[in-house]
Design a protein around this ligand. Structure first.
Ligand code: FCB
Length: 412
């Protein structure tokens, strides 16, 4: 990535959240998806939706390919589905918009999650066969995300059990993250074999994490452990080739993972700050809460709005010594003014970081339009465009034109 490359001003989406997929684990997992299997009906309306990108004036678009559409049964490829995603890349090319493709964004084919979930060694061959299939078909794509938020998948899928495969088991969780990182390393090699100029990363969800009570040593200790685990351990693994997980009372687990320096940039997804407090009645004594400390209210997800935290997480990520890209940042609200204020405060924080010397090369707002929001279903309105999920009508919010103006007037 060259210093002179244009700054990427984009929006981010994921396939399943916009279009559903009948062969995906989440289609069965969540009753809300049974009621609205088409989500925003983007699979059909994608041409129209891609025109919205031009309307906003972004020069980059992050989206994902839905594995369960492309390989609905183990080893059976649906070429039409592959053509569909290739067409998206072509249309972006015609509009001069840089694509960023996510290979894995939480969802899986049902056959995969049933028979080869991430804690089983067989997951690797299955996932990498998919990567081998996809990459040669997308020669014009330079920016790639292998895994979106591996730790969210881990927490949701293997510790809380609120996401497929719905497991609650620390040992299996560690096996799963090891396999995921092995797959990242191998996918990195496949991408570079096929596309020497590829820019590859994960999109890592980072949160600002503070103690619930600053005077309470237990809360402080917990927030330090959580910050190390949730924010830092994967970054350290990319620098050292070892994933180090620290537990309370000094216990440490070290897992060798083949990802050292296997990054061309680093994708950061940032939304909020959380507070940690010691609570002996909770799992591992840890309770996590959002507090409205600055008085700006919580978002519709119940998340604190805390732009200062973005700088903190970017500063830590900058030790990787690769360009940083904010691959997601956004707010769920039906109030366009709050959306505008969130955007303006977070982009302000990004601009300050750049002026102070952090190597930040892009910002992607989550999301282009309202979509299916996993655990929250269809009520969380992250979109620059609002969507009526009955008629599939899209309408611009005032935040869309605000973001356009920011992009037009950007000094970067
Ligand atoms: C992130 C996910 C994305 C979206 C936003 C709100 O954690 O990557 O799919 O749900 O949160």
């Amino acid at each position: 990535m060259d210093k002179n490359d244009k700054f990427l001003w984009g929006v981010a989406t994921s396939a399943f959240q916009l279009e559903g997929s009948p062969s995906s684990d989440w289609a069965q997992w969540d009753p809300a998806m049974k009621e609205r299997p088409l989500a925003a009906n983007h699979y059909k309306l994608y041409r129209k939706d891609l025109r919205l990108l031009k309307e906003i004036g972004v020069n980059a678009y992050r989206f994902s390919v839905e594995w369960s559409r492309i390989e609905p049964e183990d080893g059976r490829w649906d070429d039409k589905a592959l053509d569909h995603y290739r067409h998206i890349v072509d249309l972006l090319g015609e509009s001069g918009i840089e694509p960023m493709v996510t290979l894995h964004h939480f969802t899986h084919p049902i056959w995969f999650i049933r028979n080869h979930p991430w804690h089983m060694e067989t997951c690797r061959d299955k996932f990498l066969r998919f990567v081998e299939k996809i990459v040669p078909e997308f020669k014009n794509v330079r920016y790639w995300i292998t895994f979106n938020e591996p730790y969210v998948l881990l927490l949701g899928g293997y510790l809380e059990g609120c996401m497929p495969p719905g497991i609650k088991d620390i040992k299996l969780a560690l096996k799963a993250i090891e396999n995921i990182l092995i797959c990242h390393g191998a996918a990195y090699a496949i991408l570079h074999d096929n596309l020497p100029d590829a820019m590859v990363s994960v999109a890592h969800n980072m949160a600002a994490i503070s103690p619930w009570h600053r005077w309470n040593p237990a809360d402080k200790l917990l927030s330090r452990i959580a910050t190390h685990f949730y924010n830092h351990s994967i970054i350290d693994a990319f620098m050292q080739g070892i994933l180090e997980i620290r537990f309370p009372f000094g216990r440490v687990i070290k897992i060798p993972v083949p990802v050292k320096n296997k990054l061309d940039f680093f994708g950061v997804n940032y939304y909020t700050r959380v507070h940690m407090r010691f609570n002996p009645f909770k799992k591992m004594g840890a309770e996590l809460r959002h507090r409205d400390l600055d008085g700006g209210g919580l978002t519709d997800m119940g998340w604190e709005i805390h732009p200062r935290g973005l700088r903190k997480v970017l500063e830590y990520a900058s030790r990787l010594n690769v360009p940083l890209i904010i691959t997601e940042n956004g707010i769920a609200t039906r109030d366009a003014n709050r959306k505008i204020s969130y955007l303006s405060r977070h982009i302000g924080a990004v601009e300050r970081c750049i002026r102070e010397g952090l190597d930040i090369r892009g910002y992607f707002y989550w999301s282009l339009m309202d979509n299916y929001e996993w655990i929250q279903g269809f009520d969380s309105r992250f979109g620059l465009y609002s969507v009526d999920f009955d008629t599939f009508e899209r309408k611009p919010t005032a935040a869309a034109s605000f973001y356009s103006r920011i992009i037009k007037n950007s000094p970067f």
